[in-house]
Write a protein that binds this ligand. Structure first.
Ligand SMILES: Cc1cc2nc3c(=O)[nH]c(=O)nc-3n(C[C@H](O)[C@H](O)[C@H](O)COP(=O)(O)OP(=O)(O)OC[C@H]3O[C@@H](n4cnc5c(N)ncnc54)[C@H](O)[C@@H]3O)c2cc1C
Ligand code: FES
Length: 286
């Protein structure tokens, strides 16, 4: 259910009933950057003040749509989507991991503390941990590490076992182990062999499939194609289930522009509203 209303203190309110019944209030709001720190390669972590009670409502997989330009400018026109890397309900802050690719992300990654950002969110659905799951396998490609760090935090807080696989072009592009809870098994792969396994992160997956109750992935679409090839021969009766977060341009984040449509077994869906997280088997892979 999506219900739009105009508010006095912000431009827009939207209530989304998640599949688990949680109501999340998405808004357009101004947010001050509290801190910016380097994290991996040329990517930075941007910590923002967020309105009450958003930090307690946000779950792994939710994202925000950020205006990546100064006030008064229209370039670039469209918002850019970023997953939550971490939230701190006590401090009322959220952290985004931003890697500069093009104009929007380069602008965002070069902001300093004190900058005010125009943000729409939280948006989208979330990863779902089954009540029966004990062993969780995370598969992260590059900046896809972001929502899986938050999911790992949630899982470890529940006493679940997590193995976190991460792949990057080289060692500099990997997340330092200190960003993950110490209980997590962290295994890495690099394209150039400068750290861990030489090759793709998906090369590591088959070994963990019999152990995992669920697999959660975030990365570019070619990584998901390799993931399917790595997982499917080792699954029994479709288990373990695999959830992936789809990366599309998300200009409106509200299901209006149709720029983020994905094909599912139930028809075409706007991945900003009905996603970005999907069961891998629900998507049509052409
Ligand atoms: C739900 C969701 C969550 C996301 N979360 C994050 C996140 O946590 N951290 C993060 O850094 N990014 C994240 N992204 C990707 C991020 O939104 C894009 O990198 C950003 O929109 C690019 O905008 P731009 O203006 O910089 O690039 P554009 O001007 O749109 O593109 C410039 C060039 O960069 C290339 N490019 C753009 N994006 C990517 C990409 N992701 N990978 C490789 N090449 C790219 C384009 O092909 C183009 O050649 C997420 C995307 C989605 C859909
Ligand atoms: S981003 Fe506009 S419909 Fe999804």
């Amino acid at each position: 259910m999506v219900d739009l209303e105009l508010g006095a203190s912000h431009h827009l309110d939207m209530e989304i009933n998640e599949t688990d019944g949680t109501v999340v209030r998405a808004r357009e709001f101004n947010s001050e950057i509290i801190a910016v720190e380097p994290v991996m390669g040329d990517a930075v972590l941007i910590t923002l003040a967020i309105p009450d009670p958003m930090a307690t409502e946000v779950r792994a997989g939710h994202f925000v749509d950020v205006l990546c330009r100064v006030e008064g400018s229209y370039d670039p026109l469209l918002r850019r989507p970023y997953s939550f890397f971490r939230v701190d309900p006590r401090a009322g802050t959220a952290t985004l991991l931003v890697r500069p690719f093009g104009r929007g992300s380069a602008w965002l990654a070069s902001r300093r503390a004190g900058t005010i950002l125009d943000i729409l969110g939280p948006l989208g659905n979330t990863y779902t941990i089954s009540l029966r799951s004990r062993n969780l396998l995370m598969v992260a490609g590059g900046v896809g590490a972001a929502p899986l760090v938050m999911l790992t935090d949630q899982a470890v807080a529940k006493g679940l076992n997590v193995t976190y696989l991460m792949g990057a072009a080289d060692a500099a592009g990997l997340l330092a182990p200190s960003y993950l809870p110490s209980a997590v098994e962290y295994v890495v792969a690099t394209d150039d062999g400068s750290k861990g396994h030489t090759g793709f992160v998906t090369d590591l997956v088959a070994h963990f499939v019999p152990w995992a109750d669920q697999i959660f992935a975030c990365g570019p679409e070619p990584m998901y194609r390799s993931l399917r090839s790595a997982v499917n021969p080792h699954r029994l009766a479709g288990k373990p289930r695999v959830q992936v977060s789809m990366e599309r341009g998300m200009a409106c984040g509200l299901g209006a522009c149709l720029g983020c449509v994905v094909e599912t077994r139930h028809g075409m869906q706007t991945s900003c509203v009905e996603g970005p997280v999907y069961d891998m088997d629900e998507l049509v892979w052409s």
